[in-house]
Design a protein. Structure first.
Length: 177
């Protein structure tokens, strides 16, 4: 029978992983999972959980994405505009979510390419993916955060918070697409 207390020291979602310290039997304190190297991808092999019958569940893809995004945004120093437009509720912007997700997928592909011997894949990712998406995401005048304020909140500068930026009407059934 497994020791039920073995995972007591593992941080839950309310605890920052970089603050996790685990006292080992030898009395030494070891830092828990963290990533001090911003260019190093997080180790997601440990993000699977065992089911009751001992099989491993699928990795938590949402958490993998959020870990990557947190680490990546912590490394970014320049986005082109000051002050940097941002929305504390960035996930309410479908375009931003789609762009960050596309960046994450491209980043994983670049990491795989580096492991396959393509030494320039990471540089290519920064230039061809991050720089182009960041120019749109963080555009103070026309970007998705243009009506948001880090103090006043999501869409605080927009008069009609529910109006679509691009109003969409569906074509009649007789129109061939």
């Amino acid at each position: 029978m497994a020791d039920d207390t073995a995972l007591d020291d593992v941080p839950d979602d309310d605890v920052k992983r970089e603050d996790w310290e685990d006292d080992q039997d030898d009395g030494a304190t070891h830092k828990g999972p963290s990533n001090d190297d911003p260019d190093q991808e997080p180790d997601h092999e440990t993000e699977t959980t065992a089911t009751e019958n001992g099989e491993e569940d699928e990795p938590d893809v949402r958490q993998m994405f959020l870990d990557w995004l947190t680490i990546h945004l912590d490394t970014v120093e320049v986005v082109g505009t000051k002050p940097t437009p941002w929305c504390m509720e960035w996930w309410l912007h479908p375009e931003v979510v789609a762009r960050f997700t596309a960046l994450w997928h491209a980043s994983m592909q670049a990491s795989a390419s580096v492991q396959d011997g393509d030494a320039g894949a990471t540089s290519s990712w920064w230039i061809n993916h991050w720089d182009r998406h960041a120019a749109v995401i963080f555009d103070k005048s026309n970007g998705p955060f243009r009506d948001c304020d880090t103090t006043d909140g999501h869409l605080s500068r927009r008069r009609d918070r529910h109006a679509a930026v691009v109003p969409l009407a569906m074509p009649p059934d007789n129109v061939t697409l």
